[in-house]
Design a binder for this molecule. Structure first.
Ligand SMILES: NC(=O)c1ccc[n+]([C@@H]2O[C@H](COP(=O)([O-])OP(=O)(O)OC[C@H]3O[C@@H](n4cnc5c(N)ncnc54)[C@H](OP(=O)(O)O)[C@@H]3O)[C@@H](O)[C@H]2O)c1
Length: 261
């Protein structure tokens, strides 16, 4: 079935758009006609994914950005807006996950988890919101996690950050509900990306398991029995960005094979 190009001409900024879930979201939005800005720290990875989007039709640009650094976010949004105009869609996807028992959670690890996952979401949203409010038209989707809805052992800092993203989403959605701007969170469970490969490596190193046993331990907590794919997360994001999703705001939508119900 052909994909409905219901986002034709809308400028979408996707942070962490070079790999994994962000790359899949960019592909899904480009296929629906959106103009795309990909942001991340590594310009080489961004260019690689941008090349795969060119064939989908709309303009694509790449902008270097560290979402945890306010000056970097300011510079990146100036460049993004001067290239493709104000964003109508913002996907706060850039994130990082580190695990450690609480006793071994250093202040540096805490600051990194909060800085990238939560403060990054705040900084990019603050930069995009004024133009969305002025246009009375906007879609913000924050890629949180099931770690924003439940706890996981050895993930206090990451869980705190992702719970924060969901609280931020719910509160902001109330403020913008009358202004044509929806704010939602999508909460993937374990999804097949580099980030999950790191989780597998951690289990291998900490518990002496093989990589296959480590992956099986992660899959065992998913009722569906398989990991989520980046494309499945992207489909949920694209749906929340669609014009017909205007009534959906302030939700935290699990895409997790039944892990959180
Ligand atoms: N994979 C999972 O199982 C899973 C489950 C639930 C939630 N999530 C969430 O989904 C999002 C994407 O995860 P993923 O699995 O796709 O991760 P990934 O494959 O590791 O990709 C992460 C992306 O974020 C970018 N990034 C990392 N730190 C950044 C920073 N400080 N500033 C700007 N960009 C940054 C990376 O590019 P650079 O390194 O070049 O900056 C990359 O493009 C994250 O928010 C993650 O917490 C993932």
């Amino acid at each position: 079935m052909p994909i409905d190009r219901n986002l034709e001409g809308q400028h979408a900024i996707i942070t962490g758009g070079s790999r994994g879930i962000g790359a899949a979201v960019a592909t899904a939005l480009a296929a629906r006609g959106a103009s795309i800005t990909l942001m991340a720290r590594s310009i080489g990875d961004l260019r690689e994914h941008a090349a795969t989007l060119q064939e989908l039709g709309g303009p694509v640009q790449v902008v270097e950005c560290d979402v945890a650094d306010e000056a970097s976010v300011d510079r990146a949004f100036e460049r993004a807006e001067s290239g493709l105009g104000a964003a109508r869609i913002l996907i706060n996807n850039a994130g990082t996950a580190k695990s450690a028992k609480f006793a071994a959670t250093s202040r540096a690890m805490w600051d990194l988890m909060i800085g990238v996952n939560l403060t990054g979401t705040y900084l990019c949203t603050a930069r995009a919101m004024p133009a969305m409010l002025a246009a009375k038209n906007g879609r913000i989707v924050n890629i949180a996690s099931t770690a924003g809805l439940r706890g996981y052992k050895t993930m206090t800092a990451y869980c705190a950050a992702k719970h924060g993203v969901i609280g931020f989403t719910r509160a902001l959605a109330l403020e913008t509900a009358k202004a044509g701007v929806t704010v939602n969170a999508v909460c993937p469970g374990y999804t097949d990306t580099d980030l999950t490969d790191t989780a597998v490596d951690n289990i291998v190193n900490a518990l002496g398991k093989t990589p296959e046993e480590a992956r099986a331990m992660l899959v065992a907590i998913i009722p569906r029995g398989v990991m989520t794919t980046p494309g499945e997360v992207a489909a949920a994001v694209a749906w929340l960005c669609a014009p017909e999703s205007a009534a959906i705001t302030g939700v935290a939508l699990p895409v997790a094979g039944g892990e959180v119900t």
